[in-house]
Design a protein around this ligand. Sequence first.
Ligand SMILES: Nc1ncnc2c1ncn2[C@@H]1O[C@H](COP(=O)(O)OP(=O)(O)OP(=O)(O)O)[C@@H](O)[C@H]1O
Length: 635
Amino acid sequence: MPTTTRATTETTGQLSAARTLLRLWPYVRPVRARWAGAAFVAVLASCMTLAFPLVLKWIVDGPVTERDPGGVWLGAGLLLALGIAEALLFGLRRWLVARPLAGVEAALRADLYRHLQRLPVSFHDRWASGQLLSRGTTDLMVVRMFLAFPLTFLIVNGVTILAGLTVLIVQDWGLGLVLLAPAVPLIAYCYRFEGGYAGASRRAQDQVGDLTTVVEESVLGIRVIKGFGRHRSQARAFRDLAGTVRGTELLKARLLAGILMMITLLPEVALGAALVIGTVQVSDGSLSAGTLVAFLSTALALRWPIESIGFLLAMSQEAATATRRYFEVMDADPEANQAPPSDESQRGPGQSPAAATPLPSPAPQGEAAEDRRTGDDGLRFEGVSFRYPDAAEEATPTLARIDLHIRSGETMALVGSTGSGKTTLTALVPRLYDVTEGRITLDGRDITAMPRAELRELVSVAFEEPTLFSASVADNVLMGAPEALGPEQLEQALGVAQAEFAHRLPDGVDTEVGEQGLSLSGGQRQRLALARSVVGTPRFLILDDPLSALDVHTEAAVEAALRRVLSGSTALVVAHRPSTVLLADRVALLSEGRITAVGTHHELLRANAEYRHLMAGENTGDTGETDSRTETERV
Ligand SMILES: Nc1ncnc2c1ncn2[C@@H]1O[C@H](COP(=O)(O)OP(=O)(O)OP(=O)(O)O)[C@@H](O)[C@H]1O
């Protein structure tokens, strides 16, 4: 199971918040005109608040001093009109950005999903699903909110503060400088805050990803949790993790409270000082009362733009972290499509340097040499070695120097003890992983020289874990097949897999199954997965223990039908039971990552002690329906 911390350590370097956020530009570009229009409207609305003090100054120094009620009413009407205009402008701003920014979020999410589909299986082995889920949901929401609010208001408030300070200095430069004095310590404090908050926000967002993983695993594994009575310990584990998230959120709140306090306190102190100095100046006649009122109202109008800087910076930091987390996934290399077709022995772009090593071309011995003379048809493993990408350098490879030829139209069973590498070997054929050394050919063509789409059309796979999607039975079975295939091939495939039970489901083959649909038994799921792999009779068929969950009678029926399908395909079938082995023309024995014997079931039973042991062992563990000698006699 992938650990959650491994994903979080994959950072894309310490880009500054601004440079990270700039990476969003390609997505914002299409809506830049509307966004800029909205920002302009917001600046206009915000600067309008600065007109209030000027109207007040006119009212105090004019109509109030001259005792002119008509002038006071006019001033009041003007203030009301300004207020209404400001509200309308802010409403217009919201209308301008809401729709396009929802589009930006949707585009980011669609690209993430598309990219996730193209990333190699080795990437998904390393990343916890909750980390990917939180990137596609919470992180993108944070990014949208940043584009809609903090980004605009950092600009709007910056412009408003500059305009306000200019107005203050023009009214009275001495008092203006008193108000400006806290700017220097505040800028230094903001700089320090950003560093601390960036770290805390990264931790919090990663921990939310971990929490998502736990929730997801608990939901998927609810039967195991209940079955083993683990709900209390599971709840405790969740509570601990939630406690960690809470701790980090509290740290963020403390940092935010610190900056908000400084941002509120220092300007208030400066405002108090300016008020005292201004009052003294009014009393000694060097300043008019109207100017002092206007000065103080302007300073008060700047309170919100200044105080909001704290949480706008915090939200921007969170958006930078979310963007960084998003691009950590987007920067991961997708599967290479194909190697240059000019040289089939070359590896495709994006493969590991080890994968690019030319085939060592060992001199084939014995059967391998004979096979090579018979032509390049069928499925061939030539000097194939494989090591999982995250395996330690010094660890022995999972597969070592595999030479195996499955002739065209032949069915080869792959037998080996648990953990010997059978599933790994089968995963190399559809290129879920790329070989570390050597090569695999299909009818003589190196699989790395084929477009993946073509390769996956040629090769059909049924995995050990039969996964069904939230879709109808028909869609699940036909999902890997060419578009042209329809009901006839569907029926054929269901017949081979003995999955006619599908017709008895509430809506027949249109019944929704999978996570959101009807629950099926393990054997039913396995038969649908088998039907999916045989639909359209693929040229190459890879089956990973396809009959393990079936009862004896169903297994026998599937085997009989499979034999017909397999006669037209070249097949590699992972087998644990003699009954499955009997489907095959020959058997390859895999032992600790090496092919140690190839031959017919009879030959291996006679000549190979390990094979005999495996077959006998499997029978002992079986439900007692058969034994290997009886099976041997049947062939
Ligand atoms: N994604 C992975 N990353 C690293 N190591 C892996 C990965 N998957 C499997 N392995 C390791 O590779 C080895 C071979 O595993 P594999 O699943 O191929 O065995 P198998 O023969 O199919 O076993 P079984 O019969 O139990 O299904 C095991 O030691 C396993 O731990």
